[in-house]
Design a protein around this ligand. Structure first.
Ligand code: GLV
Ligand code: MN
Ligand code: MN
Ligand code: MN
Length: 419
């Protein structure tokens, strides 16, 4: 569909950056923390509130809104050809316990901004266009992360996902029904033509290089583990230092080993212990049990494999030397992902057409796009965040950069619609 002057249909359409920014500020009240961040854990009351807001905002733009059996929400604007599967955009509305205003929601509200731009310009697409909110991307309440996009892509079964429990023992399926978001459409029955996810980078590279757009080529490999260290509770006053089975001391040595494994597999490898539970957690009891989690990542699957081997050996050695037992389990394995070349090129061209400075980048964070890439041509668009800080209440991004990201999203979607 070429028009006079080489312009293609839709090339004159841009998003309304002010409305998008307003939406970000407006939704930041759902789970707002005193420090200016967000605590909106999956399937809590705050999650229900932001979901309801999103559904109402999409309906106000004339879209139909549904949710599937995993609570994934789909807002749909019909296209000219009802036989075509939708071109989709999206991300997540849940946050970390001390999360920021941008991680996740920018991709959903950026999609909403695209829907608004299409409606206001009267531009008709061939394909239906959808915006998706994926349930439980963070994995902060229910492990692993990307749980519902994982079910959608066939990585996990719905039954196993519904049976996941949080640290208080609440079942995912019960929490989902509890907020009224267990829908009738079976998760995964939804065909999609392409998926584009806009997100803040969550790292420092774009800002440091003065780039506005990250053309995301893939996502690094992630593996999660759980370790239960079992020693023996005993009296802190009367148990001699040489006669203890101190689970916390052993866990401290393991934490040090995790860090050493990350450092030894550089330059890109990262290794983190993020959650520790000490029992009985009483100041005059030698701790008898510790639960801890480990997160390993590298762009190369083989490196993550070598990190795991090294870690297994170090943890076994530390347990033996410390007189405790360590039960070590891998609970999540998300291999490295390479996005669709045509989608990547559409994003690159969109950024170029607007004159936004851009660079190719591999995602250090996990995203629903990593699982969507298994079932549809997929890619992502990054925008900078201040100081590269994310999973932090102080997370922030520039209004102009977010609008630029949404414009690239819009143009990449229209490009996919023409293909
Ligand atoms: C999810 O946000 C992850 O990257 O761990
Ligand atoms: Mn995210
Ligand atoms: Mn996150
Ligand atoms: Mn993430």
């Amino acid at each position: 569909m070429s028009e006079a002057g080489g312009l293609r249909s839709g090339d004159n359409v841009t998003v309304d950056g002010a409305s998008l920014w307003n939406d970000i500020l407006e939704t930041a009240r759902f789970g707002a923390t005193p420090k200016g961040g967000i605590r909106r854990l999956t399937l809590t009351e705050e999650d229900r509130q932001v979901r309801d807001w999103f559904a109402a905002a999409c309906r106000a733009l004339g879209c139909s809104v549904s949710h599937d059996s995993m609570g994934n929400q789909f807002a749909r604007r019909e296209g000219a050809d009802p036989s075509l599967p939708p071109i989709t955009m999206g991300s997540h509305l849940d946050t970390q316990p001390t999360g920021g205003k941008f991680d996740g929601i920018v991709g959903v509200l950026g999609g909403l901004a695209v829907l608004r731009a299409l409606r206001e310009s009267g531009h008709e697409t061939r394909h239906p266009i959808e915006v998706i909110n994926w349930t439980n991307e963070e994995g902060a309440r229910f492990a692993p992360a990307m749980l519902a996009s994982g079910v959608f892509a066939g990585v996990f079964t719905e039954a196993e996902a519904l049976d996941k429990t949080d640290r208080a023992g609440v079942r995912f399926g019960d929490a989902l029904a509890g907020i009224g978001y267990r829908g009738p459409e079976p998760c995964g029955r939804h065909p999609i033509a392409a998926y584009f996810e806009l997100h803040i980078e969550q790292g420092p590279i774009l800002e440091a290089e003065g780039k506005t757009i990250g053309v995301v080529t893939g996502v690094q490999a992630i593996r999660w583990y759980e370790v239960t260290v079992t020693g023996r509770d005993s009296h802190a006053g009367s148990t001699p230092m040489t006669m203890r089975a101190d689970a916390l001391l052993a866990a401290a040595r393991m934490i040090e080993a995790v860090n050493a494994v990350g450092l030894a597999h550089g330059p890109d490898a990262v290794a983190t212990v993020g959650l520790v539970e000490n029992r009985p957690n009483s100041r005059n009891v030698v701790p008898g049990e510790v639960f801890l989690t480990i997160d390993l990542r590298d762009p190369d699957d083989a490196v993550v494999g070598r990190m795991e081997d090294a870690l297994r050996e170090r943890i076994a050695d530390i347990a033996a030397a410390s007189g405790v037992r360590a039960d070590f389990a891998r609970v999540w394995d998300a291999p490295a992902v390479h996005f669709d070349p045509a989608c990547i090129e559409a994003v690159r061209q969109a950024a170029e057409s607007f004159g936004y400075p851009a660079r190719r980048i591999v995602s250090g964070a996990g995203h629903d796009a990593a699982y969507l890439a298994r079932v549809a041509p997929t890619t992502m668009i990054f925008v900078p965040c201040a100081g590269g800080l994310s999973h932090n209440e102080a997370e922030s991004a520039e209004r102009g950069d977010v609008a630029a990201g949404a414009n690239v999203l819009l143009r990449a979607v229209l490009d996919a619609d023409r293909r």
